[in-house]
Structures are given as structure tokens and as C-alpha cells.
Design a protein around this ligand. Structure first.
Ligand code: DQA
Length: 138
């Protein structure tokens, strides 16, 4: 059994109503409930956290190491393109992680095409709306 932590960054609490053309119509809760069911059916333990602040996200990554989390699935949201500190936190704990995006970041504005996480991630899933999380979990 693996312990898996899903971490969601800023503004993802607004999913469902936020730019649905980019991010889909499902709420974060709906997406996380589906993930939880699938993980449970496969015999894995899944938890999820969402924060809007960078420091709070860093604290969650640190706590994941204390808790013995095996894998992280993370959507750093806007911090994808800016956050050295969140990158450093993931490097510090050394927990393998998958980077997830609902939208197809490489087909959007140029500033979204730079990620501080992709080169240290196990893999990157982008563009499948809520399904991106399920693909990462699989
Ligand atoms: C996002 C893409 C980011 O560029 C954006 O800032 C987000 C969400 C995505 O899931 O597609 O907030 O990470």
C-alpha cells in the first residue's frame, strides 16, 4: 500500500466556476472524491490538500516527509511558473512527484510554458482537465 498526497495550489479551490474552457466544469471536491475512490479500490491511501499561499504549500511538503508519504501528485497552479521555494521544498524532501495541470499549459501564454517542476518530476500530465489527476494517479 502506498501513501499518496495530492497537493493543489492557488485558485484551484474555485474549480467548477473558474474559466471552465481551460479548467473544466468539475469542482475540486468532485475530482478529489473520484481520485479517492480509485486509490482506495487499488488499496492505496490518498489524502489531498489545497492552499492559496506559497508558504502554506511549502509547510505541506515538509509535513509529507514527516508523515512518510510515498508519492506526491501536485498541481502548483500559478506557482508552477514562479516558485523556486516550492521546487526547493520538493527537492529537500525527495518524495517522488507527478506534476499535473488541468489545462494544456504548452498551448497557452508563453509565461505558462516555463515550469520550475518539470525537470525534477517523475512525469508531467497536462491538458486533460480533471482527468489529468486520474492519469497521474494511475
Ligand atoms: C494550471 C495552469 C497554471 O498556469 C495556472 O496558473 C493555474 C492552473 C492548470 O492546472 O492548468 O492556476 O496549473
Amino acid at each position: 500500500m502506498a501513501s499518496i498526497l495530492v497537493i493543489n495550489g492557488p485558485n484551484l479551490n474555485l474549480l467548477g466556476g473558474r474559466e471552465p474552457d481551460q479548467y473544466g466544469y468539475r469542482t475540486l471536491q468532485e475530482i478529489m472524491e473520484e481520485l479517492d475512490r480509485f486509490a482506495g479500490a487499488c488499496g492505496h491511501e490518498l489524502r489531498h490538500e489545497q492552499r492559496n499561499g506559497e508558504g502554506a504549500l511549502v509547510d505541506i511538503v515538509h509535513q509529507a516527509a514527516v508523515d512518510g508519504v510515498d508519492y506526491i501528485i501536485i498541481n502548483p497552479a500559478g506557482y508552477t511558473h514562479t516558485s523556486v521555494v516550492l521546487r526547493d521544498a520538493l527537492l529537500a524532501v525527495g518524495i517522488p512527484f507527478v506534476e499535473v495541470h488541468l489545462s494544456a499549459v504548452h498551448a497557452r501564454e508563453e509565461f505558462r510554458q516555463k515550469s520550475y517542476f518539470s525537470d525534477i518530476a517523475l512525469g508531467v500530465i497536462s491538458g486533460f482537465k480533471g482527468e489529468s489527476y486520474m492519469l497521474a494517479l494511475q
